[in-house]
Design a binder for this molecule. Structure first.
Ligand SMILES: Nc1nc2c(ncn2[C@@H]2O[C@H](COP(=O)(O)OP(=O)(O)O)[C@@H](O)[C@H]2O)c(=O)[nH]1
Ligand SMILES: [Mg+2]
Length: 204
């Protein structure tokens, strides 16, 4: 996918937020991105933005605790949420994240949904299901995107997707997407089906 070929024409980093009182004023559309650390959330955001290095891709997971706000087409926000599931993060740090993220998700009235990014090789585990169930309990739409499809054969992808579907299907409004942030495969389908309709609504 070429830069600018999608409905995302303009991207501007706005701010990193470390506490709820720093949240920027709401815009009519906001979409958040969540995932376990190292799942490729930053890489996928870069693929969506059509840029190589807009969001920092880490070779080693760090304990970033901020919500990062990107202004899209000068009229919507994409929010990069802190990665979850660090085995080594101190309990204090985890509690602080949880307060920040839950406070944000529960208060943000213009939030259209959360893109939940999982690794197709691992499928979904209890922690991931906890995220989906939590979002549904607070009436926020989860969209599931399995990343790193380039790492598996199509047979293996089908098998893992089938297994994940059994867990997820009763819960989801849209079937899961399978993408590779590396090869960009599947990214434009996800944009066309989830992201672009929300952005285009703003101009109609
Ligand atoms: N093979 C492959 N590697 C990926 C893909 N997406 C991300 N990665 C790699 O996975 C690592 C973590 O990526 P990053 O975007 O920083 O993950 P984040 O911690 O979720 O933001 C990096 O080494 C990326 O290059 C993908 O689709 N395929
Ligand atoms: Mg990242």
């Amino acid at each position: 996918m070429e830069p600018g070929s999608s409905c995302i024409k303009d991207v501007e980093f706005v701010t990193s937020v470390y506490s709820l009182k720093e949240l920027p004023a709401e815009l009519p559309v906001e979409i958040a991105f969540a995932g376990r650390s190292n799942v490729g959330k930053s890489s996928l955001l870069n693929a969506i933005f059509g840029r190589r290095k807009y969001v920092k891709v880490s070779s080693r997971p760090g304990f970033t605790q901020s919500l990062n706000f990107f202004l899209i087409n000068r009229q919507a926000y994409f929010v990069d949420l802190p990665g979850y599931g660090y085995a080594k993060a101190p309990r204090k740090v985890i509690q602080k994240w949880q307060k920040l993220i839950e406070g944000y998700l529960e208060e943000r009235s213009t939030l259209k949904g959360v893109v939940c990014i999982f690794d197709i090789r691992r499928g979904v585990d209890e922690l991931d299901m906890g995220l989906i169930n939590y979002l549904q309990s607070i009436k926020v739409t989860p969209w599931v995107v399995f990343n790193k499809a380039d790492k598996l054969s199509s047979n293996k992808i089908r098998a893992n997707l089938e297994r994940a579907r059994l867990l997820l299907l009763p819960e989801l409004s849209l079937p899961p997407f399978v993408v590779s942030a590396k090869t960009k495969k599947g990214v434009s389908q996800f944009l066309e089906q989830v992201i672009c309709p929300l952005l285009e609504e703003l101009n109609s």
